[in-house]
Design a binder for this molecule. Structure first.
Ligand code: 5GP
Length: 224
C-alpha cells in the first residue's frame, strides 16, 4: 500500500447562495482526478433540464422521511423552508471504499451538521460578486418570479453571513479564475499536514492580505 492509498479520503463541502455559480465550480472540482460527487436525495421535483440520478435522487416526502428515520443520511435539512435535501451515508461509504475524495454541494445548515460529524471536512464557501450582479444572474436564469428573486436575494444575504464557518472562500466574479482556485484548494487540501480549523469562531480576514481578488476585499463591499 502506498502512502496515498493509506490516507482517508477527504470530504469537501461546497456551499454558496443560489446564483453564486457553485454547481459550475463543483464541476471544476470533479475534473480533479480522485474526486467523486455525492448525489443528494431531495423531495424537490426535477427541473426540465435535470436527469434524475445525475445530480439528485428525486424521491417523495414519505420516502425521505423513511430514510431519515432509518438514519440513512449523513445530514439533511429543509432548504428555503420548502423541500428536503439530504446527503446519503452510502455516498461516504462508497467514497471510502473507492479511495476517492467526496464533494458535497449542500446548504449552510447541512454544512454545519457535516462539520460537527466530520471536523476534518474541508468547507469552501462560494461568494457571488456584488449584490447587483447576483440579482442580474438570478433574473438572467429566467427561472423565478419577482417574488422568488427577492426571496433568494434575502436568503443569499443570510447565508453569506455564515461565511466565517468555512475554511476557504472563493469569489466567483470570474469563473475561469474561481475554477482554478477550487481546483487548487482540492489539491492543496490533500497535502495539508493538519485538518482545517474546525472552530466555529468567526475569523476576521486579515486586512493586510487583501489582494485585488481576495475574498477579504470582496467582503468589504458586501453588507454584513
Ligand atoms: P437546488 O434545489 O437549487 O438544486 O438547491 C437548493 C439548495 O439546496 C442549494 O443551496 C443546494 O446546495 C442545497 N442542497 C443540495 N443538496 C443538498 C443536501 O444534500 N443537503 C443540504 N443540506 N442541502 C443541499
Amino acid at each position: 500500500m502506498t502512502i496515498a492509498q493509506a490516507q482517508q479520503p477527504l470530504v469537501f463541502i461546497v456551499s454558496g447562495p443560489s446564483g453564486s455559480g457553485k454547481s459550475t465550480l463543483v464541476a471544476k472540482m470533479l475534473e480533479v482526478p480522485g474526486t467523486m460527487f455525492s448525489i443528494s436525495s431531495t423531495t424537490r421535483p426535477p427541473r426540465t433540464t435535470e436527469t434524475p440520478g445525475k445530480w439528485y435522487d428525486f424521491i417523495s416526502e414519505e420516502e425521505f422521511e423513511r430514510r431519515a428515520g432509518r438514519g440513512d443520511f449523513l445530514e439533511y435539512a429543509r432548504v428555503f423552508g420548502k423541500n428536503w435535501y439530504g446527503t446519503p451515508r452510502r455516498s461516504l461509504e462508497e467514497a471510502q471504499r473507492k479511495g476517492l475524495d467526496l464533494v458535497l454541494e449542500i446548504d449552510v445548515q447541512g454544512a454545519e451538521q457535516v462539520k460537527q460529524k466530520l471536523p476534518a471536512a474541508v468547507a469552501i464557501f462560494i461568494l457571488p460578486p456584488a449584490r447587483e450582479e447576483l440579482e442580474r444572474r438570478l433574473r438572467g436564469r429566467g427561472q423565478d418570479s419577482e417574488e422568488a428573486i427577492q426571496r433568494r436575494l434575502e436568503r443569499a444575504q443570510q447565508e453569506i453571513r455564515r461565511y466565517t464557518e468555512y475554511d476557504f472562500l472563493v469569489v466567483n466574479d470570474d469563473v475561469e479564475r474561481a475554477g482554478r482556485e477550487v481546483q487548487a484548494i482540492t489539491v492543496a487540501a490533500r497535502c495539508l499536514r493538519i485538518p482545517p480549523n474546525s472552530s466555529r469562531e468567526p475569523r476576521p480576514y486579515p486586512e493586510r492580505q487583501m489582494l485585488q481578488h481576495s475574498p477579504g476585499r470582496w467582503l468589504a463591499y458586501w453588507p454584513r
